[in-house]
Design a binder for this molecule. Sequence first.
Ligand SMILES: [Zn+2]
Length: 160
Amino acid sequence: MANTKKKTTTTTTTTSHGTMDTSRYAELKQLLEDRRRELMSEVQTKIKDVRAEGASGMMHSVAELGESSESGIQEDIELALIQMKAETLNRITEALARLEAGEYGYCFECGDEIAPQRLRALPFAVRCRDCEEARELAHERERFYAQRRGAGSLFADLAG
Ligand SMILES: [Zn+2]
């Protein structure tokens, strides 16, 4: 089995979207835009909710001061949620720009295409599943050795 390592040069024509074929490009674009639309409507309804609650909350706080702090905390949580979603929205927009540039959806480690179903679950995945798993394994191993080194370094320090 010596002849299997031959590099297969795929004959995909280079477009403005790098070497990504158009169906994959369309799929990923659809995926990101769906996600963006979803987030946008979520953010918008949330903002409406907070505004409505905020307004009634203010009236409440005038009437019954005791409860005002609690609704304030709730409002903070809602605002934090909106902010998180808004940040995700920014990342989606960035991902769309990367997709345009032909840089989105490729594994950071091996350069392979990341499976669309993986990107659907994790739109910001930068590694394919294989590399991610390998990385997690390496991390576990690192932790294991770091612990052992940690125990050993006590003596190393004394020696040095
Ligand atoms: Zn990979």
